[in-house]
Write a protein that binds this ligand. Structure first.
Ligand code: MSP
Length: 536
């Protein structure tokens, strides 16, 4: 959980959020991808010793949820309660997601504040009444422009389709309330110019800037044709547009209008993680809403790419039956958390395949990393009765490992902690693991062990200490990505009595050579990454 040390009281938390997910169905691999990324970022910053706040939750209003509930013969609230409790929260727990809060947009702590926020905008003259007619995509919960629609084929011949969902749009005509979004184009562009890091990656930033340069239209922020939503405070025939309601979760969950101190210590977000499909809502509408209400803007909107299936964005309808549980049953939770971040450059699209996952698991997790840990523990057991020996003959080869570690720590910290380049950061750590394997192959401790001379025994002790000390650092560096196996390794190395709990180990200290003291009790334990069963 979040660090609450007294030295951190009053400081602003590093605040990370995921999108709040629609609960019309159970979570799939795509949702888990963003949530795991946020969790790794959060845990990394905690291990930097920072105060961190990680928020996730569910988006429960709007037509999409209402229709799903109707189709299932229950009320929308019953539907949401069931899905949240039986599918969403249990999956996050299973995947070891260490969020500090979980916000549901049907909670009173949220709905009351949403009404206040919108009332405030109204009082400031930012909202007016008008009419709108246009094509609407219910799965997106968004009005579309004619230009972006696709022509339907086959069963949808003659209809216009949403470019994301490839399903027919509906024509909507409504009298509703509008937010003067068009007034914010210049201010938004000025903000993007002044803060190049605001939207990431670069391709996403360019796309948003181009979109805003074309000119913004005012945004319809209410609906009157259905009632599953938060009522407009001054006109209860309307409910607030689900996206305005949803975006406000980032403020209401951290004390907006209810706990000023908490709000100041948390808001605005340092990173809003979003899929690229919902980038415009976060990079255009959300900052404009904040500007209109005089609130500070988030530091960064980081768009992740899509997990693809058959060339399409992975969604409930094209999942081909793979659930997160199916993968964790086969590969384990740690490997699952690791794989998608390791295999796909964050920000770009990527596809999943059993073959690629199995191949990487076997070569990097089981062989390179897991075997290294088992071999080192077995040798310390065999040659030194499980007591970690002292490195009395630290020479050039050992210094190369110590230097390699320091470089890996710097690179991983920069990449994971700053650039959200998870694949690059994890690669830096696994390159170091390869370096340690190379060192063991060269030094061949099993050969050195055959020589009883004092000099050879000092070499043997030094080699095994060097390998164990390297593993100490790996446990610290991989704890954010793979908390279970890192805890096992910490235990195998007998590190806790001397160094304290794994979660308290700082990234900044991870590269300091010689932290693991000689004399710890090293035990072999079960394999960190057991061989895969041959059933896939
Ligand atoms: N409820 C809105 C978000 C409101 S945030 C104020 C929504 N929900 S959603 O359930 O559709 O989930 C959207 C997010 O889930 C995406 O933006 C992305 O982060 C994640 N993903 C869903 N499918 C995905 C893939 N196939 N690939 C990667 N991420 C995906 O939109």
């Amino acid at each position: 959980m979040a660090a609450t040390g007294s030295e951190q009281e009053g400081t602003k938390a590093y605040y990370v959020s995921t999108p709040i997910y629609y609960v019309n169905d159970a979570p799939h691999l795509g949702h888990a991808y963003t949530t795991v990324a946020g969790d790794v970022l959060t845990r990394w910053h905690r291990q930097r010793g920072e105060k961190v706040w990680y928020l996730t939750g569910t988006d429960e209003h709007g037509q999409k949820i209402m229709r799903t509930a109707e189709a299932n013969g229950v009320s929308p609230q019953e539907w949401c309660d069931k899905l949240v409790e039986e599918s969403w929260k249990p999956l996050w727990q299973h995947l070891q997601i260490a969020n500090d809060d979980f916000i549901r947009t049907t909670e009173k702590r949220h709905t009351d504040r949403v009404r206040e926020f919108v009332q405030d905008l109204y009082d400031r003259g930012e909202i007016y009444q008008g009419g709108y007619e246009g094509p609407y995509c219910v799965p997106c919960e968004e009005y579309k422009t004619y230009g972006e629609l696709l022509d339907g084929e086959g069963e949808w011949e003659g209809l216009k389709l949403c470019p994301i969902h490839k399903k027919p749009v509906e024509m909507l005509k409504e009298e509703n309330y509008f937010f003067k979004l068009s007034a914010y184009g210049e201010k938004l562009l000025a903000h993007y110019e002044a803060h190049p890091e605001f939207i990431q990656p670069e391709s996403a930033r360019n796309e948003v800037m181009q979109f805003v340069r074309q000119g913004l239209e005012d945004l319809s922020i209410s609906r009157s044709t259905f009632d599953w939503g938060v009522k407009i405070p001054w006109d209860d025939k309307h409910v607030i547009y689900v996206w305005v309601d949803a975006l406000l979760n980032y403020a209401t969950a951290v004390g907006y209008g209810s706990d000023q101190q908490k709000f100041e210590e948390t808001f605005p977000a340092d990173v809003h993680l979003v899929g690229k499909d919902i980038l415009r809502f976060h990079a255009v509408i959300w900052p404009a809403m904040l500007m209109a209400n005089g609130l500070p803007l988030p530091k960064r909107i980081a768009a992740n790419g899509w997990l693809m299936v058959g060339g399409e964005k992975m969604s409930k309808s094209n999942l081909t039956g793979i659930s997160p549980h199916e993968l964790t049953d086969h590969f384990g939770v740690d490997a699952y958390r690791w794989y998608f971040l390791r295999a796909i450059a964050f920000g770009q699209d990527g596809s999943f395949s059993w073959e690629d996952f199995s191949a990487r698991y076997t070569s990097e997790l089981a062989n390179d990393y897991g075997n290294l840990a088992s071999r080192v523990a077995a040798m310390v057991g065999k040659y030194f009765d499980g007591a970690l020996p002292e490195a009395t003959a630290h020479g050039e080869a050992e210094q190369a490992i110590a230097d390699g570690l320091a470089a890996a720590v710097r690179s991983a910290d920069e990449k994971i902690g700053e650039q959200l380049d998870f694949a690059g950061g994890i690669a830096a750590i696994f390159d170091f693991i390869k370096q340690v394997n190379g060192y063991l192959t060269e030094q061949a401790p099993w050969k050195v062990a055959k020589d009883d001379s004092a000099e050879a025994q000092a070499r043997l002790a030094t080699i095994l200490y060097t390998a164990a000390e390297s593993l100490r650092a790996c446990a610290v560096l991989l704890n954010a990505v793979m908390p279970e196996s890192s805890a096992k390794l910490w235990e195998m190395l007998g590190a806790e009595p001397a160094l304290g709990a794994l979660a308290d180990q700082r990234i900044a200290d991870a590269g300091e050579w010689g932290r693991l003291p000689a004399g710890t009790t090293v035990t072999k334990g079960a394999a960190l990454f057991p061989r895969l069963e041959e059933n896939k």
